[in-house]
Design a protein around this ligand. Sequence first.
Ligand code: GDP
Ligand code: MG
Length: 597
Amino acid sequence: TDPALIRNFCIIAHIDHGKSTLADRILQLTGVVEDRQMRAQYLDRMDIERERGITIKSQAVRLPYKAVDDATYVLNLIDTPGHVDFSYEVSRSLAACEGAVLLVDAAQGIEAQTLANLYMAIENDLAIIPVLNKIDLPAAQPEKYAAELAGIIGCDPSDVLKVSAKTGIGVDDLLNEIVAKIPHPVGDPDAPARAMIFDSVYDTYRGVVTYVRVVDGELTTRERIQMMSSKATHEMLEIGVSSPEPTKVAGLGVGEVGYLITGVKDVRQSRVGDTVTSAAKPAAEILSGYRDPKPMVFSGLYPMDGTDYPVLRDALEKLQLNDAALVFEPETSVALGFGFRCGFLGLLHLEITRARLEREFNLDLISTAPNVVYQVVMEDGTEYTVTNPSEYPEGKIEEVREPIVRGTVLSPAEFVGPIMELCQGRRGTLLGMDYLSEDRVEMRYTLPLAEIVFDFFDQLKSRTRGYASLDYEPQGEQVADLVKVDILLQGEAVDAFSAIVHKEKSYAYGVEMTKKLRELIPRQQYEVPVQAAIGARVIARENIRAIRKDVLSKCYGGDISRKRKLLEKQKEGKKKMKMVGRVEVPQEAFISALSAD
Ligand code: GDP
Ligand code: MG
């Protein structure tokens, strides 16, 4: 295709503002999906995406479009994930485009992720087409939000398009605007081939499908390709485009978007952000910055039934084929048995992985409280990276560093007070505050990542009646006054409950956990102290009182078979018990104590 007739664009929006629905309408309008085959969120292929109504993996689709000038263009629509956990994938998708449709819900206005994505689009020099969606809603305020949007982008309010992705109003105008306003791709057709990977998906039948955007030169079938970051070469088995079903083509030229199927076995060999070149005639320079995905949040995953351990290992290996950001290694816990320490990009990534393990592999899992990665420097200069609180080093510690993020909260102005209170309680530092319009405020904070991975989103939503939104990006690390709190049952530490917390919050954590466990653990034959301790110093204590009665006392001596039955029953109950030292703890107790209430 002549690059002058190609338009590569994406849709960026805050979650729920209608990106997937707009993509559906565009698929229908350009005729690539027939009306009777249409289903909602056509491009969201994973079950879990449909169920939750969110997009996790981006997808690209090629659309023929006859514009008002009667020429037929090739529009490549790249759908992007909307959540902060996957923002690296968003940024790679943006880098594959020349323009972005900035979609904003006409009943909600701009949200934190709208801004985060807009800034990313501006950094990538994309032409931006501002669009208000859902104008069919009675609650829509298109004039008000058009002014707000125009103020941020620096355009005239009349330049803001108004559409309804649901009914289709305005979508044809939008496509014409895309053709008119978004520049066509430019590249050197005679240079060695260079293509950027913006997505990579493992498919049981086809193997790894790598989505690329060609920048220079041409990729053709029957040639070997090279991944520029690793220099590894692979056989090219198929080249194609999604329209939206996979369709083979002979090659991809400058500006074109499509997929490659190669000899690659898992997505870690074909990573988002990497550059593909020809093995016979490799390019000299890699395209833009390529980055390894870095896990930010760790949690232990254990099978509820210990015999499921091999199933869990297989399942994690299978998921990793399709998720370059997922890391795991075996771990054992006194309380929970054999499991895996797993690293995730963020909490949503954790939640989705866990849900997929349970659903697709039929596993019942226990997950330990999530924690971030700490750097611990000892007085003798040795340094440890701690991804599991139970591995916190003993001895004289010089300093502990924790990851911090730069968070942006967008909210109606009336909630400024409650938001400040929440952020201060989470050790946040206010960097600045701006009014985006009369009644919408942007607040910028640095916050420890550890303070937002737990229930920050929930707290923010409940304090602002759901109106505030948050976006954040990693901002390095800071030295903090952190301590490790252990929870001991009869003097024995229970690894799954160890936590690294800020010194000021350590007492509250100790009191809460010991109280919880006293209630959850049934009485034993003897008294069991439950203690919270920092090193050797006990900071909180509760007692589980002893019971006298044994099961057999009910039987008045005589009936042997009844006695046996009772003993059997007791044995069965014990199966679900874990021994911590001499203390029997029902597995239920661990699960309840670990789940945030
Ligand atoms: P995404 O998270 O940005 O992909 O948003 P979705 O496309 O999943 O849409 C979120 C919700 O808004 C869904 O319930 C859609 O049916 C609804 N929605 C999307 N566009 C419109 C629209 O133009 N009008 C109305 N009334 N609802 C819409
Ligand atoms: Mg979506």
